[in-house]
Ligand binder design. Sequence first.
Ligand SMILES: C[S@@+](CC[C@H](N)C(=O)[O-])C[C@H]1O[C@@H](n2cnc3c(N)ncnc32)[C@H](O)[C@@H]1O
Length: 369
Amino acid sequence: MDETAVPPSIKSMSEPVETGSVKTTGKRRWADDEDPETDSDTESDEISIKSTKSFEAQNIEYVLENGRRYCNDTYFMPNDEAEQTRLNIGHQIYLNLLGGKLTDVPLAKSAPRILDIGTGPGDWAIEMSATYPGSTIIATDIGVFENGLGSTIELPNVSFQLDDARDEWTYHEPFDLIHLRGLAGAFSDWPAIYKQAFRHLTPGGYIEISDTDPAADSVSLPDTGDSYLSIFASAMRSAAEAMGHPRDLRHLLPDLLNAAGFTDVRVIERNIPIGLWPEDPIENTLGKMGLIVLLEGLEAYSLRHLTATENWTADGVRDLCEKVKVEILAAGKTTCCVKTVTARKPFSRARMRKNNMLQRLKQLDDETK
Ligand SMILES: C[S@@+](CC[C@H](N)C(=O)[O-])C[C@H]1O[C@@H](n2cnc3c(N)ncnc32)[C@H](O)[C@@H]1O
C-alpha cells in the first residue's frame, strides 16, 4: 500500500467490516453483525482520527472453514478470537523471554521509523509506540483482528494498514527497524521479502525476524523416540510443502540475509519450558503460558494445511491434535525453541570512510592531550 495514500474509508479495527462475494466449496464467507449505531461515515471518520487501529476495512472477506475463521483463502493460520487470545499470550511470552524488552536490536534514535509486518492483533506495535513515543510505526497485515488490543485508546504514532507484504512495498521513507514475528509459512519467497526490506531500511537500519513452529520441530519432548508430535510435525511439513508455503525455519538462516545484502547477522535461540514442570516461579509461569499457546495452537497450526491435502479430514486432524495434547501433558520436561535473527543494512562506504576519519581524528586528539 502507498503509505501516503488516504484510504477511501477508514474505520476502527473494532468496527464490523463489510463482507464481499460469497464463495462456494464448503467455505463460508463470514458476516460480522453490523452495528448501525457506529456505522455512519461521520462517526467512522471521527474514529479514524482518534483510533489506534485504523484500517481500510472495506472489502475485507473472512473465510469460515471447519469452525475456524481465516482472513483469506490461502494463509494457513486462523484469525478468530481464539487465535487472537493465543497471540496475545504469545506476545507476553516474547516479552518475558527478552526480559521485558520488545526487541533484540539496539534502537538508538529517539524518533525511529518502524515497520511491523504481519502485526496480527498489534500488541508489539502498540507497546513499541509507548516505549518509543517519538517513533512512527506502520503496522501491516492482510487481515483484521477486530477485537484487537488498544482499539479504543489513542496512539498517534501507529498507523495500521491492510497490506500484503508479498506485493511491492511503496513506502516513501526508509525505516530504522523492520520487524517480522510469527510469519513462518506466510511466504514462499523469503528472499523477495528480504530484498524489499533491505531497500526500505536506512543505512545502519535493522531487520528482526522471530519464529517458532512445531512443524519445524521447534517443540522437543524429553523422550526423543517415535511420538504423535513427530507424526504431526511431519504431516504439517509435507502439507505445507505441497501448498508451496514451506513450514521450516530456513528463512532464519544467515545466508539468506547475507545474500540480500545484510551484515552483522546475529542468531539468538531461546528455549522456553512447556508445562508446569519448572520449579523456578518465573520459569513456571513461562511454562504455563507456553503450554496454553502450544496446546491452543495445535489446531490453529495444522487444520487448514492438513485438510487442504487429500489425506486428512477435520475430525482426523482434531483427533491427532488431541493425541499430541495428551502426549505433551504427560511428557514432563518439554521445551520449545524460539529463534530470532537480527541483521543490519550496512552504512554506505562514504559514511564508513567519514566515520573512520572522525574516529582517527578523535584518536589523534586524545593522543595530543
Ligand atoms: C502468527 S500471526 C503473528 C502476529 C504478530 N506478528 C505476533 O507476533 O503476534 C501472523 C500474522 O501475519 C499475517 N500475514 C500473513 N501473511 C501475510 C502477508 N502476506 N502480508 C502481511 N501479513 C501477513 C497474518 O494475517 C497474521 O496476522
